[in-house]
Ligand binder design. Structure first.
Ligand code: CA
Ligand code: CA
Length: 114
């Protein structure tokens, strides 16, 4: 998600996850916004993606922003299943101990949510 500022239009509030038009908010983002950063320069798509991937939890298989028992359960269902690449975290289409180590690392080292 990107937020845009238009300084030429005068002093305005910074809106993230919605837009304001004629006093009405539109297109509100439905979800949780976390770890907001503001840069004073334009960024290209690859730089934005690199930052995203730096903080993304790839083991968040039941997507809710954390890695927990639900993700482990989903992972276990894919264990050594060669019929698909689901559950594969190392991009080799094999779900094995290397993938489990990534899941365990993210589970143990994530920042606890409040
Ligand atoms: Ca999860
Ligand atoms: Ca793998």
């Amino acid at each position: 998600m990107q937020a845009f500022l238009y300084p030429a239009q005068g002093k305005r509030d910074l809106l993230i996850g919605t837009r304001l038009y004629n006093g009405v908010y539109y297109d509100a983002f439905e979800g949780l916004i976390d770890q907001v950063r503001i840069y004073t320069r334009d960024m290209d798509a690859s730089e934005t993606q690199d930052i995203y991937l730096q903080y993304a939890l790839i083991a968040d298989m039941e997507p809710d922003g954390d890695v927990d028992m639900n993700d482990f359960t989903a992972f276990a269902n894919f264990w050594q299943n060669s019929e698909s690449c689901d559950g594969d975290l190392t991009c080799d289409c094999i779900v094995d101990i290397e993938d489990f180590l990534i899941l365990a690392d993210e589970w143990l080292h994530q920042i606890p949510s409040n």
